[in-house]
Ligand binder design. Structure first.
Ligand SMILES: Cc1cc2nc3c(=O)[nH]c(=O)nc-3n(C[C@H](O)[C@H](O)[C@H](O)COP(=O)(O)OP(=O)(O)OC[C@H]3O[C@@H](n4cnc5c(N)ncnc54)[C@H](O)[C@@H]3O)c2cc1C
Length: 394
């Protein structure tokens, strides 16, 4: 039976960042990453791919080139955990044991929770930025629409980057305007929640953005079905349970998401199925040699790569201390960031912590729409990601 000192589940944003930081801190550690995919994608770029700024391929790199030197890649998929015996089972490599486990398999996209979505996405005006297989369809349908109703959705529950469903709506609106068809198109943004954004400081700005652009927000609308033959989106009202039907010409769907099934059915899961970790130390609440970060964790912050950039050094410091039987020295404050694209030359860079307090990086008012921040998203953040974060440097 294979054994590793540190076993990481998921070689995505969180898994690679943590592995790189651990290797940088101590090259003698025996670390393995379990990850089934050949390619890794910088998902924040998918907003701009859907808006026609980049090609889908530009968001991806070979997984083999990202696994840090000296870290073993187990190209496999985890099926189940047994934290009582410090082991997990994989689909092909059997059971693997560990001294320390880091769980980072991301969030699960539940396409089949919206009736008719799986069959229709990518066709007949139905698109989504939430997968490399469907993101190209977003730009195709935005580009092709000359009149009618453009519908954008945000589901109930946690999604990756809470602002992302809105970003593509604003980009599409800007495209319609620039190509002279805006007057012929009604732009509607439906969301299951009661507000456009969780933090008041940025919400107030985004409400004005929506108003200025003539984007109509419809709150408490939860998409339950797509009838692609008649181009109808069927919603349930979150408060009244009433059925609402909206006819569309194109619809961008943010699918429902959840903790991965193999996590939520395991002993590692807490409320809502997420890996149950202390929100400051990132250590599991019941299994002291288990840690988690990123989208699959229970950390009560917006699920973003930016949050992981701050979580990873905390996890690594605390894990290294635990190996020396020392108390946890580092604490995560819930920092997360959401660069809300509001057009092809403007962006509001929201940054805040667990208490919803702004935790802004720059010495100016980030609640203002800025061209400089759009350029940061387009060029600065991808470079920071590939060369800094995934190398364990920033
Ligand atoms: C459209 C879009 C826009 C976004 N915009 C932003 C943004 O502007 N800023 C920002 O910071 N973040 C943004 N995000 C969110 C960001 O991409 C995620 O929060 C981040 O990638 C989460 O990292 P993770 O490591 O937790 O999960 P992922 O990076 O998704 O990695 C999870 C990994 O686990 C692997 N895995 C899954 N199941 C198993 C298994 N059973 N066994 C082994 N491995 C498994 C997967 O193959 C994957 O490689 C956006 C996301 C999307 C989709």
């Amino acid at each position: 039976m294979a054994h590793h000192q540190v076993l990481i589940v998921g070689g995505g944003t969180a898994g690679i960042t943590v592995a790189a930081r651990l290797r940088n801190a101590d090259s003698s550690l025996d670390i393995a990453i379990i990850e089934p995919s050949d390619k890794h994608y910088y998902q924040p770029l998918w907003t701009l791919v859907g808006g026609g700024v980049f090609e889908p391929e530009e968001s991806g790199r070979e997984e083999a080139d990202l696994i840090p030197y000296g870290v073993q890649w187990i190209k496999d998929r985890v099926d189940s955990f047994d934290p009582n015996t410090n082991s997990l089972t994989t689909r092909e490599s059997g059971t693997i044991t560990y001294d320390y486990l880091i769980v980072a398999p991301g969030i699960q996209i539940n396409w089949d929770q919206v009736k008719g979505l799986k069959e229709s996405v990518g066709k007949d005006g139905v698109c989504s930025n939430y997968s490399i297989d469907t993101v190209a369809s977003t730009w195709k349908f935005v580009r092709e629409l000359k009149q009618g109703v453009a519908l954008f959705t945000q589901p109930a529950g946690a999604v990756k980057c809470g602002g992302a469903p809105q970003k593509i709506c604003y980009l599409a609106e800007d495209h319609f305007r620039r190509s002279g068809v805006r007057d012929q198109i009604e732009v509607i943004f439906t969301l299951a929640g009661p507000r456009l954004f969780a933090v008041d400081r940025y919400r107030e700005v985004l409400e004005k953005v929506a108003q200025r652009k003539g984007v109509e927000p419809r709150f408490r609308h939860n998409l339950v079905e797509i009838r692609s033959a008649s181009k109808e989106a069927i919603y349930r009202h979150m408060d009244t349970d009433e059925e609402i039907v909206i006819k569309y010409d194109m619809i961008h769907v943010t699918p429902p998401m959840s903790a991965p099934d193999f996590v939520s059915s395991s002993e590692l899961a807490g409320e809502g199925g997420w890996v149950d970790v202390d929100k400051h130390t990132l250590q599991h609440t019941r299994f002291a040699n288990v840690y988690a970060l990123g989208d699959a964790s229970s950390l009560p912050t917006s699920k973003t790569g930016a949050a992981i950039r701050k979580q990873a050094p905390v996890l690594v410091a605390n894990l290294l201390a635990a190996m020396k039987h020392q108390p946890a020295p580092a604490s995560y404050d819930g920092y997360t960031s959401c660069p809300v694209v509001t057009g092809y030359d403007s962006l509001v860079l929201a940054e805040f912590d667990y208490s919803g307090q702004p935790a802004e990086t720059f010495p100016f008012d980030q609640a203002k729409e800025r061209f400089s921040m759009f350029m940061l998203k387009k060029f600065g953040l991808p470079a920071l990601y590939w060369h800094g974060m995934l190398r364990g440097r920033v």
